[in-house]
Design a protein around this ligand. Sequence first.
Ligand SMILES: C[S@@+](CC[C@H](N)C(=O)[O-])C[C@H]1O[C@@H](n2cnc3c(N)ncnc32)[C@H](O)[C@@H]1O
Length: 292
Amino acid sequence: MSWGPQALPRCLPRYRCPVFVLRFARHNSNAQNRWLARQKNDHFTKAAKEQNFRSRAAFKLMDIDDKYRFFKKNQKVLDLGFAPGAWSQVARNRIGTGGMVMGVDLLRCAPPKGVHSLQANILSKKTHELIRLCFARHVQLNKHDELHKDHGYLQHMLEEELNHLKETEEYKELYSQKDISKDIERYPVDVVLSDMMANATGVQSKDHYMSMDLCDAALIVAIDLLKPGGSFTCKLYAGSEDRMLENRLKKVFKQVDRFKPQASRNESRELYLVGRNKKKDVDKLKVFLEDE
Ligand SMILES: C[S@@+](CC[C@H](N)C(=O)[O-])C[C@H]1O[C@@H](n2cnc3c(N)ncnc32)[C@H](O)[C@@H]1O
């Protein structure tokens, strides 16, 4: 572990004073020790290990789906912020081998067996276009290693790939179509999941706003790609604007619920919004611009 100023959270000024750095390092390592001890004794962490899930987060999604039952066999599922991959494992198990799960994450992460993956930033519109093409089966993104070999971060390659795709007939057909009977390609996804979370700064309001931005990005993906009747689940870090987000969801889904899964720690400000039964012909501008 590095103890230099770069190890400090972003919320703190970059003090060069060695005494401050040492005190902070001691405080930080105490917090880490407490976190490790808590993880070691945690029932869900043990159960995740026993059941070969990549993290205890698997139990949150199982709990959510046990209550709202949105997974069905053979669905197409988009898992935003999938790394390390526990939610994708749960989705894969619940939809069976006839469906498709695609995970998207900023981080480089080999996906679980049977899951497609894309290393990209969901805040980029290009990522949304690639996801559509991938689900519409016009591109196969399961060539993870080739795509990532020489470029840790994929944005540059996504742009090249997208420029190339824009010249193909499939792309032109997909984006020029007006025929509503092609809904499968227009709205290729049955379930959108988002467990995205940026690195916490420890400043509550900042963490809340960062979480709101990620939820809004996930909601835009759902408006653009999720089929009518489809379902949506997103994690948020509670704060002053979560009711506004919930209201936006109500313009997109017929049923909207808040849920705190058992595996979510009581002291954590995280909670989940679940939207079911997506409405037809949702107007994005009305969702985001009209009075709440
Ligand atoms: C709590 S983890 C997700 C855990 C995952 N659901 C699981 O079950 O293993 C949150 C993830 O969101 C990702 N993330 C944060 N911001 C993102 C962004 N703008 N685009 C894509 N992924 C993002 C992070 O890299 C991180 O891997």
